[in-house]
Design a protein around this ligand. Structure first.
Ligand code: NAP
Length: 315
């Protein structure tokens, strides 16, 4: 399987590439950077080769600024763009990043028209829409990382509070990868038992936990300058489900066409079944009235912001 990472000179791109290089199903990895950053990705490739030899992993890694090298990729991870600094919102970088994402999405469509695109650049729900429109791809082939990472963050906090192995926590954050994220606490379970029936629930401060998830990315950025491992492993989770045609359900940013609460023409984090062709199906989910209202608010706000960005870049 061939994977290309665009923005591989960046912190998220290179960390994701390294995670993917270790996977058995990936035997061809392309690290794309701007011409002026080619040394960085060449260095990354050499360093990765050394690490992979220690793990007895054989994978071809190409560092390049030439889009010809992206040809016939099964999946393209798009993480090029300005990150936000501490205190900035994801929207502050929306217009410059939309220009970058649109340009790369067109190049992907030209050089690798059969691939699936996993968008990472923030604000990811808007950038997913930009990539979809600029590439002209079918909606099942373009989706974004956002709420899967938020869901992992929520999973950790629940695991820590209840002192239960993280694998036993089943939870989901939907909506916007941003202030309008909607944690679906009503169907969160531990070992198959709904959270509200689990011992320790009375001491669980739900509102504080949700606030922590909302601020998790910013908090890491404040401490160490950027998020890396979290997004990298979340990208690898999604990419491997696609490449191995696993048919698992993860929350990714996808273009809605009325599948959930009648919401249309906006990319939002929703549960989807993923396989080799990308999104096989958007999975409708039952929400409480409070969750439903929050989801509809997220839809309204992301739609308005998306229109603003699309108009600003004439897409
Ligand atoms: P970074 O370390 O600053 O890397 C940015 C990458 O984008 C570099 O490869 C950089 O190339 C490239 N780039 C910057 N400006 C460009 C331009 N005008 N044209 C082409 N390429 C350009 O940032 P990062 O921490 O990796 O984050 C990358 C993106 O992922 C950001 O938008 C960030 O907000 C987002 N992100 C999303 C999630 C999520 O869950 N969706 C999680 C974490 C981060 P050079 O090396 O040549 O400058």
């Amino acid at each position: 399987m061939k994977v290309s990472v665009i923005g591989a000179s960046g912190r998220v791109g290179k960390a994701a590439a390294f995670c993917l290089a270790e996977e058995n199903s990936v035997n061809n990895l392309v690290l794309i950077a701007r011409k002026e950053s080619i040394d960085k990705v060449e260095g990354e490739a050499l360093d990765m080769y050394d690490a992979l030899a220690a793990k007895d992993v054989n994978v071809k890694i190409t560092a390049s600024y030439d889009f010809e090298d992206v040809k016939n990729s099964d999946i393209v991870v798009l993480s090029a763009g300005q990150p936000r600094s501490s205190g900035m919102s994801r929207m502050d970088v929306a217009i410059p990043n939309a220009k970058i994402v649109a340009e790369y999405a067109r190049a992907i469509a030209k050089f690798s028209p059969e691939s699936v695109i996993l968008v990472v650049t923030n604000p990811v729900d808007i950038m997913t829409h930009v990539a979809l429109k600029a590439s002209g791809f079918d909606k099942h082939k373009v989706f974004g990382l956002g709420n899967h990472l938020d869901s992992l963050r929520l999973k950790n906090l629940i695991s820590q509070h209840f002192n239960i192995h993280v694998s036993e926590i089943h939870t989901r954050v939907m909506g916007e990868h941003g202030d309008n994220m909607v944690p679906i606490m009503s169907s969160t379970s531990i070992g198959g038992i709904l959270l509200k029936y689990f011992k320790g629930y009375d001491d669980f401060d739900m509102d504080r936990t949700v606030e922590k998830v909302k601020n998790a990315g910013n908090y890491v950025i404040k401490k160490k300058g950027a998020t890396e491992y979290g997004p990298a492993f979340a990208i690898s989770n999604i990419a491997m489900i696609v490449l191995d045609d696993e048919k698992k359900i993860l929350t990714v940013s996808a273009l809605l066409d009325g599948e959930i609460e009648g919401v249309e023409d906006v990319c939002l984090g929703v549960p989807v079944k993923l396989g080799i062709d990308g999104i096989e199906r958007i999975i409708p989910i039952i929400m409480t009235e409070r969750e439903r209202k929050a989801f509809l608010k997220a839809a309204d706000e992301v739609k308005t912001k998306t229109e603003e960005v699309m108009n600003a870049i004439d897409l």
